[in-house]
Write a new protein. Sequence first.
Length: 167
Amino acid sequence: MPAHIERCYSLYTVEQLFDLVADVESYPQFLPWILSSCILKREQDAVWVEMILGIGPFQQRFHSQALLNRPHAIEITSYDEPFEWYRQQWRFAVDSDGRTVVEYSCNYSLRSQILELMSPLVLDEAARSTLHAFEQRAQQVYGAQERPSGAHDSSASTARSAESEYS
């Protein structure tokens, strides 16, 4: 499967957005395809997580490891069912207008050829909607953000300009 990459620009800080992504135990509250999520182990800048994914009639227990490079990046990997391999990356930076640039990428291969054929219909939609779900969660947790002084965008709350690409 080709990598799915999303970018968005936010008025929330790099640290705030990093913390939202790192808070995996809250995912079931705002990511509808995650039925449960718990941290099994923490060790310095790494966490091991168990989730139950639920998409349509499909439910699967899934283990992953996240490497946390606060506040710049989070890299999540797994070789657990239903995936042959799974890699998700989050990058956080500040642009010249003072906005946080969030880049989210997801790339995987499924063990089942049937699921691999179905994945563009289900899993790709989940990847596309992930940034939007985190943006809504940021508004819930942190409230509306004011534009940094000197910034060029005229909106008073979260500035969003998302782009999608496949590579």
